[in-house]
Design a binder for this molecule. Sequence first.
Ligand SMILES: Cc1cc2nc3c(=O)[nH]c(=O)nc-3n(C[C@H](O)[C@H](O)[C@H](O)COP(=O)(O)O)c2cc1C
Length: 271
Amino acid sequence: MNTFDLIEKRVSVRTFTEREVDPASRQTLLDYAATLKAPWGHEARFAWVPVTPSDREAQRFGTYGMIQGAQLYLAGAMKQGPGAAEDFGYLFEGILLKATELGLGTCWLGGTFRRGDFTQALALLDDEFIPAVCPVGYASPTKRLKEKLIGTVFQVRQRKPLKDWAIVEGEPGEYREALEAVRLGPSASNKQPWRVHLANGRAHFYLEETPGYNAESVARCGFPIQRLDMGIAFYHWERVLSDQGLVGAWTQNDPKITVPDKWEYVATWSR
Ligand SMILES: Cc1cc2nc3c(=O)[nH]c(=O)nc-3n(C[C@H](O)[C@H](O)[C@H](O)COP(=O)(O)O)c2cc1C
């Protein structure tokens, strides 16, 4: 399946059946992760964290009622550094889309889990952090009331129209599908903080932070969570274009063009 179809297919799954994820699928996902190269070259470490019946009883991993029935989590760790969170967003989204291709349900979790329990399971090193974890399994055919409520609060399938977050000079042309792929991306609390300025085959990516949101996540988790959303946007953009035979590179050099004040420059993709 091409990347765009996978992006359209992926939705957050928060209620899982008992069916186990077989070892071959787990290996496929780790093998796929090993093929990915993030824009700024950071590498992440990924590990499977099974949930045992006693973990469940002790409510270990603390996903606070958000996730039900998950037997398995994929957790990731990365060394701190400039651009690390964007790179993690890119890599983890790549794995989650691969999981979608295998028919597996996933849900990005950046906030609603107990970091301490995963720190132990991953044997986290001093200079590493856990940007996110993800339950991986088979989606239950019926949704719980809570899951339906989460869907209403975050308006999960709703996304801002292009004109609200992108400035496109001229016609989008061959970039139309890639823009739509960015638009459909998941983001923390569905805030959709990515912004794009597109002209002459160059796409400048910006972050319009939700006021207070990153500061709160830095205080609570040690990193700005909306930087993960940027990395997800990078993956969607790059991969949909490369499926179309359009290959480009990421650089960081603020073009200092006129964009709304709140847009903070993050990266440029160009051919
Ligand atoms: C970086 C990031 C962090 C997220 N953290 C959580 C979380 O802690 N708990 C949760 O229930 N959902 C979390 N989500 C899922 C979003 O709420 C979800 O992606 C968004 O509402 C869009 O819905 P969709 O994934 O079904 O398209 C997170 C998503 C992203 C991208």
